[in-house]
Design a protein around this ligand. Sequence first.
Ligand code: ZN
Ligand code: ZN
Length: 413
Amino acid sequence: MKRYKILFFIGDGLGDRPVKKLNGKTPLEYADKPNIKELLKSSIVGLMDPISPGVVPGSDTSHLAMFGLDPHKYYRGRGAFEAIGAGAKLSGGDVAFRGNFATVNNDLVVIDRRAGRKIEEADELVKELNEKIGEIDGVKVRFYHGTEHRVAVVLSGKGLSDKVSDTDPHEVNKKVLESKPLDSSPESQFTANIVNKLTKKVYEILNSSEINKKRISKGELPANIILLRGAAEFVELPQFESYTKLKAAAVSATALIKGICEQLGMKVVTPPGATGGLDTNYLGKAEAAVDLLNEYDFVFLHLKATDAASHDGNVDGKVYAIQKIDEIIGRILDKFGSELVIAISGDHTTPVELKEHTGDPVPFLLYVPYSIIADSVNDFNEKEARKGSLRIRGLDVLNILLNYSNRAEKFGA
Ligand code: ZN
Ligand code: ZN
């Protein structure tokens, strides 16, 4: 049996519901997708529940499932993945947080949860914090800049716990919260104390930083605090190649997704100009995937723009991003058309009118480059997918890909 290479494409938050502005069509239904439609001649189509029916997935839990790892067993919060995606090297027992540069007043009341969002000096601010803090009560503290206003904070040392509450009040006009232990262990008390000392130090350093003085003089909000959330102890994940026998690579610009892929041992590539937003370098991602497919058995291609547009309520933006997905697929087909197994789906539904993730199933397309019994659907979208033959969970994806690429191992004798 000829073994095929695999392209797995995820448009983040791809799934949607009927949109008023599109006369009741979904963005996927409305968008022009000539290349994807071409694939339908030899495709199986249907719906995927990323976790299980009705469960609202986060991007992290969903990706774990689609990579064959049950998130109920392996998920400890997104902090660790995000830190790795932002460049941290973690070891067992480290506790990582996600953070935002934000603006607070003298009473530590939050004025802007993202300090105006665009923080050109973020790298310098992180550098200043790393130089001035270093350690608290014998615990090593490291800061990493993710994208835009996002930072990751990693604690390394003995006796830490991830059972501590957020300092992020998640709303403006509220005071920065004190971190509290979430169980009665001494480790949680110890960690919460460190988080609170850390928050105070961060404020002192950032509030008197020359960088922020310059921001204020330019009429910008000072990035004078880091709001922390999502404490996560680092747990090592199994290596993708060891349980799939696939040499795998990923193309992504999103710290969270990159972190997961890196932890699974995949080669991770972020092409120049790839941003995680609508302004990303779409064809740069296609080129990167083409290059990687020459060398790797399995290439995962992630596009964040669809989810970003959904969270912003940007209907036209979501349609645009989907049309760009079609262009990416077209570019890859030009090179590998008859030689690839291709799966296209989303990691969850993010209805653009709701601006939040929901637990709706997402359309799933599996193209096979040889003769199969194809589903007779006319398009790839939420409605037509309901007429296809697949109804799977995220955890099934990898098995299906291995089977149709002729790489599956027999279960039993
Ligand atoms: Zn997502
Ligand atoms: Zn999202």
